[in-house]
Ligand binder design. Structure first.
Ligand code: ZN
Length: 431
């Protein structure tokens, strides 16, 4: 489709705005994560920070998003479309979407790189509240707000699908009423006007009323149907999914285990996620992560984005802006941090490990981690391998995969990604 036409189909909230990199209002039409494109999450591992980020999201690249919807993406220059070719119209896929390519990981084997320094004790975390968030893509996610005993920030978990639930949220609290429980999000099923019990679905099940959903087919619109009975239970046992268990009872062929839940650890990047910065690719990575997790075909076991409030690789927004100025003076991301006497990467992931455990994602079953950063794999696993990363799913920058037709385009983001590769050892897949 001609580009002019494609632009004509751009979201209506952008009339008159030049396409790329023009700040657009974060209106509902921000396509949040762009489900229309696909693959990559490129360099997000080191995302943020001082780096030059990339703008990730569709809103940030309104035109790009509309182009993606209206034309097939050109072949990737990097990895031959390891993620599904963009399917126009996410809601009506004409063909099955291929899952993102995973790379098996086993950090229990000795490796060249030393395990990163991790705090001996994981922080104590508690999910304070959760709510259902319908998104502009038509999918829903469950936003979880966490408190912890090491800082005062509200770290977040963005959960897709119905299988992943917070243990600390579901736990009974002394003296609370059913309304209290529903108010803080500790309910199963969905809320509706007049609902009196947080446990309606559970009661129905106890009475033998069959669940309306097919096991193994998470319905984005109806998450959280089953409260997780106890911590560790779902994940500790690599037991087959309910659906596969059922099929084996019928003597069918060996059950197909569901893919492991997808997980992304994402550090806050105000510039890249909110104010349209093209210095880094954080927004693009966030959008891509959400796109993969919200797709029941690509991620049938659901997924969780642990969103840590550690701006600028942990140095804060003010220092991050200084680093940008140093970059404009000719330094790269890494050098800028060193000049400011910050560690190249001040982030820590103990909170993420603790939150994943609370979400039932700890234990032997393991997870698939969306990252390009091998060090992140080990950091997320925790000091005693409380979380097990079974597979790593790389995220290739959209611009690379599409030969620059999509994704963030800026001189800064190219430098940022180069620095990531050279100095942070990110393993962007260039095969
Ligand atoms: Zn960023």
């Amino acid at each position: 489709m001609p580009e002019a036409q494609a632009q004509a189909q751009a979201p209506s909230h952008t009339p008159g705005l030049p396409p790329l990199y023009t700040p657009q209002p974060q209106s509902p039409s921000r396509q949040g994560f762009d489900f229309h494109t696909s693959d990559s999450d490129s360099a997000s591992a080191a995302h943020d920070g001082t780096g030059t980020g990339t703008a990730h999201s569709p809103s940030r690249t309104g035109t790009a998003a509309s182009q993606r919807r209206t034309s097939n993406p050109p072949p990737s220059i990097i990895s031959p479309a390891f993620t599904p070719p963009a399917t126009p119209g996410f809601t009506t896929p004409s063909q099955p979407r291929r899952p993102p390519r995973s790379i098996p990981v086993d950090t229990s084997r000795t490796s060249d790189s030393p395990r990163p320094e991790l705090l001996e004790e994981l922080p104590v975390v508690e999910c304070e509240v959760r709510a259902r968030i319908p998104t502009t893509t038509g999918h829903e996610m469950w936003l979880h707000v966490y408190r912890n005993n090491v800082d005062t920030k509200e770290h977040l978990a963005i959960v897709f699908g119905s299988q992943i639930r917070s243990r600390s949220l579901d736990a009974e609290r002394p003296g609370e009423t059913e309304l209290d429980r529903m108010t803080r999000g500790a309910y199963v099923g969905r809320l509706y006007p007049g609902r009196m019990s947080s446990r309606v679905e559970a009661i129905k099940r106890a009475e033998g009323v069959p669940s309306k959903r097919t096991p193994g087919q998470p319905a984005p619109t109806d998450p959280a149907e089953s409260p997780s009975p106890s911590p560790d239970q779902p994940l500790a046992s690599p037991s087959p999914s309910p659906s596969s268990a059922a099929s084996s009872e019928n003597g069918d062929a060996s059950p197909l285990p569901l893919p492991l839940p997808l997980v992304r650890i994402h550090s806050e990047c105000y510039t890249g996620e909110t104010v349209w910065s093209a210095r880094c690719d954080c927004g693009e990575q966030l959008d891509e992560s959400a796109r993969l997790m919200a797709d029941p075909v690509l991620s049938p076991s659901g997924g969780a984005i642990v969103y840590l409030r550690q701006e600028g690789r942990g140095i804060g927004l003010g220092e991050k802006l200084k680093a940008y100025n140093l970059q404009d003076l000719g330094n790269d991301t890494y050098e800028a941090n060193v000049l400011l006497r910050h560690p190249a990467d001040a982030r820590s992931y103990g909170l993420a490990t603790a939150m994943l455990m609370d979400l039932g994602l700890g234990g032997d079953r393991g997870i698939r981690l969306l990252t390009n950063n091998p060090d992140k794999v080990r950091a997320v696993e925790g000091p005693r391998r409380e979380v097990v990363v079974r597979e790593r799913v790389a995220m290739v920058p959209l611009a690379w995969k599409t030969g620059g037709k999509q994704g963030i385009k800026s001189e800064e983001v190219e430098k940022y990604l180069s620095t990531k590769i050279e100095k942070f050892k990110h393993m962007l897949d260039q095969k």
